[in-house]
Structure formats: C-alpha cells, structure tokens
Write a protein that binds this ligand. Structure first.
Ligand code: MLT
Ligand code: ZN
Length: 452
C-alpha cells in the first residue's frame, strides 16, 4: 500500500480503488483478448471533480495513467501496457434531460451508446452514431476514438455529433465547453482537437451531443452480388437513387460461414455469392418500395431479401453485426481497420489474401465493413507469432493503395509504429508539440497513438 493508493482512496472512496488482482482483471484485458497488461490499480471516480483530483494526485506522484471507457476498443488503447493507474470512467453515467429545441443532450463519459439512444428516442429524437458494441461502448470512449459505425453515411462519425466537451487536463485543470452553441468562432476548437485524440491529451468527462431526427420507418435489404466491383455498382445506384439511404455495408462468403455457424443463422440465399451488401433506408414513411425499385433496376443484384418489420430488420442486420463476435469466437484476431478510396477497394480485396499468405501461410483473413466509406475491417485469424509481420505487410499494401492505417478504431498501441504510413513527418512533429504542450510529463496514455 503506497501513499498514492491511500490518497486515491480518500478521493473516490476505498471501494473504488481496486488493487487486488482478481478485481483488476476485467479491466486489464481488451475485448479481443489480444491486449493485456497489469495496472498499478484501477480507480473509478464518479464526477468530473473526482477525475480532476485523481489526475492531480497522479501528476504529483509522476504516475502514468491509462483511461478506459466501456473497454470495447480494438487497438489496445484502453488497457494498461504495464504499471499505469487505470482510470475507469464507467461511473460518470449521468444523462441530462434532452433539450428538444436545440436537439442536444449532455451526457457523462460513462453513458453507454444504448442508454443514450433510448434516452434520445424517448424524446422523439435519435443519436446519429450506431455500432454493434452499443450495449457497452461509452460516450467518452467513442469521442476519444472518433468512433464511426454503420450510420456514418447519413450522419458522419462521432466528431460530427459533438457540440462541446468537458475535459480534464493531466494537471487536473478542468476545461468546460458545454453550451452547444450552433455558431461560435472564438478561437481554437478544443472539442474537435480532443475528438480522436485517444485519451492522449485530456480525459473527456462529459459531452454536449447533437441529436438527429428519429426516423421510425426502416427497411433493410441483404443483397447477393458477384464481388467487390458489383457491390460498388450497387452502392453507386443506391447513392444516386435512395434519398433515405442510411447504411451500406459489405461482407464476404467466408465471414458469412463463420457468422452462420456462430449465430445459427440459415443461408440467406439458395446460391452462394461473391459478396453480400446490406443496404438500409430510414425515413418517416416505409422506404421498402424505394429499395425494391432500386434493386430491380440494378444489374449488379444477383438475389436480395428485404425486411421492414422489427424481427426482419434484426435478422438481416445480424448477418453483418455478428461478424465481430463470430470472428473472436474462432480465435484471437489481428484486427486491422483500414480505409481506401473506393476506386482502390476491389484491388485491395483481391491482393489481400496473397499479401497475408506471403508472411503467414496458415492465416486467413475475414473481411467485412462499411462499404460506403471504403472502410474494411480485416480480421486475420491464425497469424500467431507472425501477427506483427502480417500487420506490417497489410498496412503497407493499404498505404500503396492510398489508404489509411486506421479508419475508425484509432491507432492505439496496436498501430502506433505504423503511423508514418498515414501521416507526414511534419504532421507527426506537430502532433508531438501539441502533446507536449498539454501533457508535458507524458503521463496520459503513454505509448498510444504517437510512435515511441
Ligand atoms: C464493426 O464495424 O463491426 C466494428 O468496427 C467492429 C469490428 O471491426 O470488429
Ligand atoms: Zn466498423
């Protein structure tokens, strides 16, 4: 028992400083089981004031910190590398009443996406970001990673929803910007600087979030196509004809096989296809006819099934949304999250298996993702000790196709060594200067985002 742990107990209550290994364990390993480390202790503050006091105490002790939300991150940014104080924001879970005139709400960093969505919907509005980990992913983590998900096509990613934040700097200074003004040109946009900063600059404790219209009428089409090129032809038709388009996702036959075995789902079509696209439309009136008309005039469509009732929507979405869990049930994946221009997507998908096989002959890649943004999740199973070589080869291939090494999961610890593939030396130097200005002792999320 050291002075710092005693001080932390005095600040947040003895029951919220976890030192015992069994109590720490759920916080120390990420969801995929790929990233794990030992925390010095886990601290669970309940208010912004407590977060500020915890950060001040850690700064005085020179103790590094790792910040954790719902622990659904996929790049090892929210679990300790070894010896950090892990600050869990789960108890900052207060949701304020929806402001229906501004169409905004203030939410604590620990509020889950699912609770935020239910809260907004009860007020006749909705939240613009949605993703499969909705039951556990939290507002703070989603801002820190600038999370994307399945509705980026319609509403943009997390940073587009954030009108302001309250955040604590590593020295305990609290920055509060929660007025949510629609227009406010008064200097540096600190909110947007923190969005996507992966907890390296400050700890977001509350956020002022924009809400979007609730669109109760939804229709989903699961479409069989010949391959990636045909999927892009379908996307082009959908983009030009479907004013209510809200999602366009893709997956492939090997992913479908895994998902069917894992979630016990029937084959969606009589004949297998080269790729599968999920299109969703959402409006105030049933968009089914609009979707059917577009599908019937698009040559890329081999077969399709459409649903607009709750059970049917859930069933069709589960073919796509069960991928993450099905992949993890098959092994510990090396997860790569990349984005290339749509014109490069077919070439990337074609070259990928050969690139992986050249460095890890026993590995296989399960590919799925957000077709509209050219954002593919490349899940390599069976890479074993070749995980780093696979990552290197695939990220270089992506860079050669003018893509980015992280599309929506962030850089974390997992991709930090490859940041120079996506950012210039000048950009990285500027990022380091910002980091040094706000966190001069380098205590917040060390090793995350910026290469050592
Ligand atoms: C998804 O789109 O399903 C998520 O980004 C999670 C994942 O990549 O596994
Ligand atoms: Zn995704």
């Amino acid at each position: 028992m050291t002075d710092l742990e005693d001080e932390l107990r005095a600040l947040v209550g003895a029951g919220h400083v976890l030192v015992d290994g069994d109590l720490r364990a759920p916080y120390e390993t990420d969801w995929t089981r790929r990233f794990t480390g030992t925390a010095r202790c886990v601290v669970r503050p309940a208010t912004t004031g407590e977060v500020a006091a915890v950060l001040r105490a850690c700064a005085a002790a020179g103790a590094p910190i790792v910040v954790q939300g719902g622990n659904t991150g996929l790049v090892g940014a929210g679990v300790p590398a070894g010896g950090e104080v892990l600050v869990s924001l789960a108890r900052l879970d207060r949701l304020e009443p929806v402001d229906e005139v501004e169409a905004q709400v203030t939410a604590g960093a620990g509020v889950t996406l699912e609770k935020l969505q239910a809260h907004a919907r009860a007020a006749g509005l909705d939240f613009g970001v949605d993703l499969a980990a909705r039951s556990a992913a939290t507002v703070g983590g989603m801002i820190a990673t600038n999370a994307g998900g399945i509705r980026v096509l319609r509403h943009g990613s997390m940073r587009a929803q954030v009108a302001g934040v309250e955040a604590v700097l590593p020295d305990g200074t609290v920055l509060t910007r929660l007025s949510g003004l629609a227009k406010d040109n008064t200097g540096y946009d600190l909110t947007q600087l923190l969005a996507g900063s992966e907890g390296t600059l400050a700890v977001v404790t509350r956020a002022r979030l924009r809400l979007v219209p609730l669109l109760p009428a939804r229709a989903v089409a699961l479409v069989a196509v010949a391959g990636t090129g045909a999927a892009l032809d379908l996307l082009a038709a959908a983009r030009s004809r479907l004013a209510t388009l809200s999602a366009a996702e893709i997956f492939y036959p090997d992913g479908l096989d895994l998902v069917r075995a894992y979630a016990r789902l029937p084959a969606p079509f009589g004949e297998p296809a080269g790729a599968y696209v999920v299109l969703e439309c959402a409006g105030r009136t049933d968009p089914t006819d609009e979707i059917l008309e577009t599908l019937s005039t698009c040559d890329a469509v081999l077969d399709a099934t459409v649903a607009s009732d709750r059970a049917g929507l859930d069933r069709l979405w589960s073919y796509r949304e069960s991928h993450t869990e099905a992949v993890s049930a098959a092994g510990v994946p090396t997860k790569l999250d990349v984005c290339v221009p749509l014109g490069e997507l077919s070439a990337l998908v074609t070259e990928l298996p050969g690139t992986v096989a050249a460095v890890a002959p026993d590995a296989r890649v399960i590919t799925f993702g957000h077709l509209n943004e050219g954002n593919l999740h490349l899940n390599v199973l069976g890479a074993g000790e070749r995980a780093e070589q696979v990552t290197d080869a695939v990220l270089r291939l992506v860079a050669a196709h003018r893509g980015t090494i992280s599309s929506e999961h962030g850089v974390g610890r997992a991709k930090a060594p490859w940041l120079p593939l996506s950012r210039t030396p000048e950009e990285i130097a500027a990022m380091r200067r910002i980091k040094a200005a706000l966190d001069p002792a380098g205590l917040l999320n060390p090793g995350v985002l910026l290469p050592a």
